[in-house]
Design a protein around this ligand. Structure first.
Ligand code: F1P
Length: 341
């Protein structure tokens, strides 16, 4: 039963993580050169999963470098550029597993034609248009996938974005620490495999909410998208404390609330989960320590975000199986959206 590409890709991802860190290290000076002339802002862009990666990446970039960064879907950069672009020089980090999603390609072409600033690509396929269009392409080939929903690809490109932020912040100690992540990832995939299956198998749960703040919000969005794509389950992401401002009206015994908890704001975030349990929700917490899924990585908070992903990806995979669905081929979806625009 475990022959699906999705399953193999989730379990083999630590190898792609290692390659991502290595690729950024090898291109460290080129990355530095690219962003050295002052930039008003760094824009992160992508579509679907890679837009969520952009959200997480931009938040972390600003946190680590102190330079302004924002994320926009590539379609917005293309169709509503006046809401994104400034008269000053901006940088663009364009992220795409396939390297050929139409909106991302068109947005990058336009950014380049208008000479807005440097373009850095993060992708898994170096032969596709995105890598050719960029001033510098970071290609993580081991993140390539056969399934539609991104798992290993997302995690590998996310780690590359984290490492890029580390390079720009000149934080060599952070980059050194990241080397520990693949081993921790392997351990989590073993230690929490049964837990992921147990939650995935629970079809008494009808709705799933993913809470994450700061750089974790984009990761919460991605975890929710995995659940939607693979298992056709209603799932949504919120900033942790936002959940009290309306969405919690939906909470009852058939809701699962997943907390991607931080260290800095743990008490505030944990309180939301505790309250949701009092409203009969089931909860699942992920954090460095003392959580249902405890990373125990020893890696600093800013660098270890990738550790939230594997168990949540597995949970979506097992829920797809429990519902009799093929996780490799989500309904209505294809791996790449190509448009005639
Ligand atoms: C982006 C993407 C995927 C999504 C879907 C369509 O692709 O939105 O995240 O799962 O299958 O494409 P890419 O630009 O990262 O290749």
């Amino acid at each position: 039963m475990t022959q699906h590409h999705t399953y193999t890709e989730i379990l083999s991802q630590p190898e792609a993580w290692s390659q991502a860190i290595q690729v950024v290290q090898e291109n460290g000076s080129a990355v530095e050169r690219l962003v050295r002339p002052p930039l008003f802002q760094m824009i992160f862009t992508g579509c679907g999963s890679t837009y969520y990666l952009a959200l997480a990446g931009a938040a972390l970039y600003q946190e680590l470098t102190g330079q302004p960064a924002r994320a926009v879907p590539a379609s917005e950069l293309l169709l509503n550029p006046q809401t994104v672009l400034a008269s000053q020089r901006q940088g663009l980090i364009a992220i795409s597993r396939s390297g050929s999603t139409t909106e991302t390609i068109r947005a990058v072409e336009r950014f380049r034609d208008e000479k807005r600033g440097p373009v850095l690509a993060i992708t898994n396929y170096g032969q596709e248009p995105l890598a050719r269009l960029a001033d510098l392409a970071l290609v993580i080939s081991k993140g390539q996938e056969r399934s539609v929903a991104q798992t290993r690809s997302f995690a590998s490109m996310y780690l590359a974005a984290v490492a890029v932020a580390g390079v720009v912040a000149a934080a060599s100690e952070l980059l050194r620490q990241m080397q520990a992540l693949p081993k921790v990832g392997e351990r989590l995939l073993v230690r929490y495999h049964d837990l992921a299956r147990e939650y995935g198998d629970d079809l008494g749960l009808e709705r799933i909410y993913y809470l994450g703040s700061g750089m974790r919000y984009g990761l919460a969005c991605e975890a929710a998208l995995k659940m939607k794509e693979m298992s056709l389950t209603h799932s949504e992401a919120f900033h942790c404390l936002e959940f009290r401002h309306g969405p919690m009206a939906m909470v009852n015994a058939s809701a699962l609330v997943v907390g991607l908890l931080s260290e800095r704001n743990r008490a505030h975030e944990q309180a939301v989960l505790t309250e949701m349990r009092q409203l009969n929700a089931r909860t699942l917490s992920l954090a460095e320590q003392a959580a249902d899924v405890a990373f125990e990585s020893g890696v600093v908070e800013a660098e270890r975000g990738v550790l939230y992903l594997p168990v949540l990806q597995l949970m979506a995979y097992y829920r797809a199986l429990a519902k009799g669905l093929n996780p490799d081929l989500p309904k209505n979806l294809s791996a790449v959206v190509r448009l005639a625009i």
